[in-house]
Design a protein around this ligand. Structure first.
Ligand code: INI
Length: 165
């Protein structure tokens, strides 16, 4: 049996973070958690590039554009969509989740999903460094693991690296 597993070591890797300005306080906290985790895992500050976009709806376009440059080992998307009284919430949630998934599928670049979808601001803040952790940290860990895992999965069988333990 062959098993792949990837160390969550970000040394030498390059990342882009796409973060939405909407619900700015939540975004800032997600971004702080994300960047701190990437640096704790060994990423250099110069190798973390941050792109601010107006709202969650705009995240997929920016993530796809950055992925298409092939400059990054992984991309993190951060933001929060908070339920209001209208169906708008559902449309923005659908657009950002579908868009990020399609950008990842079409480019083959790992894109972590750190966009909160919550009923109210309190739930969002709890997940942005409050009592329920920080989704920015979780997204950073996910992107590092995928960035490390993917090269091994796509390497041709029997290649030099494949044989190296
Ligand atoms: N964008 C968000 O990131 N979060 C929200 O909660 C939100 N709400 O509630 O409307 C939101 N809307 C803006 C949207 O993402 C676009 O920026 C806007 O429609 C312009 O395209």
């Amino acid at each position: 049996m062959k098993t792949w597993s990837a160390p969550r070591d970000a040394q030498g890797l390059r990342f882009a973070v796409v973060v939405s300005r909407f619900n700015h306080l939540v975004s800032v906290r997600l971004l702080e958690g994300c960047v701190r985790e990437l640096e704790t895992r060994g990423a250099a500050s110069d190798d973390i590039h941050v792109a601010w976009v107006p709202g969650a709806f705009e995240i997929p376009l920016a993530a796809r554009a950055l992925a298409a440059t092939r400059r990054y080992d992984g991309i993190v998307t951060l933001g929060s969509v908070i339920r209001g009284g209208t169906p708008h919430f559902e449309y923005v949630c659908r657009a950002v989740t579908d868009g990020v998934r399609e950008a990842m599928r079409d480019t083959g670049v790992p894109i972590a999903f750190g966009v909160l979808t919550t009923d109210d601001a309190e739930q969002a803040l709890a997940r942005a460094g409050g009592n329920d952790g920080n989704k920015g940290v979780d997204a950073a860990l996910a992107v590092v693991e995928m960035a490390r895992l993917l090269p091994g999965l796509t390497r041709p069988p029997g290649s030099a690296h494949e044989r190296t333990p």
